[in-house]
Design a protein around this ligand. Sequence first.
Ligand code: PMT
Length: 223
Amino acid sequence: FDRGLLAGQHVVITAGPTREAIDPVRYISNHSSGKMGYSLAEAAIDAGAQVTLISGPVNLPAPARCQRVMVESAEQMLEASLNHVSQCDIFIASAAVADYRPAAIAEHKMKKGKEEIMELHLVKNPDIVATVAALENKPFTVGFAAETKDVIGYAQGKLVRKNLDLIIANDVSRSDIGFNSDDNAVSVISIDSIKELPLCSKRQLAAKLVEIIAQAQTGSAKP
Ligand code: PMT
């Protein structure tokens, strides 16, 4: 695609999982590999953008010509996002952020006791993409929706509730797409349109998504 498509634009992308510590050796997390977010970062760089990639713990090298900020928890990802978002034109939230975290992190490794059932108290994490979308100087804000049923309906709900400009819905009940796979198939949803992007590699998909986001941001075309 056009290598100058995002020239002069600053794009901030969140990627990968978050880790929510239980004690010094244990955490709650998910299967996000970061592949989708890192592919988006590469595609945005190829389109001429200045890219900041805010990444949870993943086994991927930092893309060339990209500022990468490594974080662990949702609270750290929020702080890093707010630190970089003020000058940004486009914010893409592809990270799989834990909705809840342990209410307290044990100072020492928790010991196995006699009890058969152990309860863990969780508290809600801040919603990063919704916080960014609520800023006065809101960038063009794109979320993802990972759903296992009613994919379009739930994604439309998140688009409206989180005040997003676009949401990219993937059906994560399928093992060939979504978490950790090399391929993905998504629906790109705006307030008045739905566009299906069929199965392809995350790299190819990222290039198409960057094109759609750039067009939607300038208002030149509906996705
Ligand atoms: O990393 P890969 O292995 O390549 O997998 C890619 C992916 C499946 C993780 C990716 O395509 C994807 O769907 N990412 C979003 C996963 C997710 O957490 O979806 P959600 O429906 O729970 O969240 C909706 C949106 O809110 C997302 O943009 C998410 O980043 C954001 N969110 C959620 C919770 C929270 N506390 N803060 C957020 O910003």
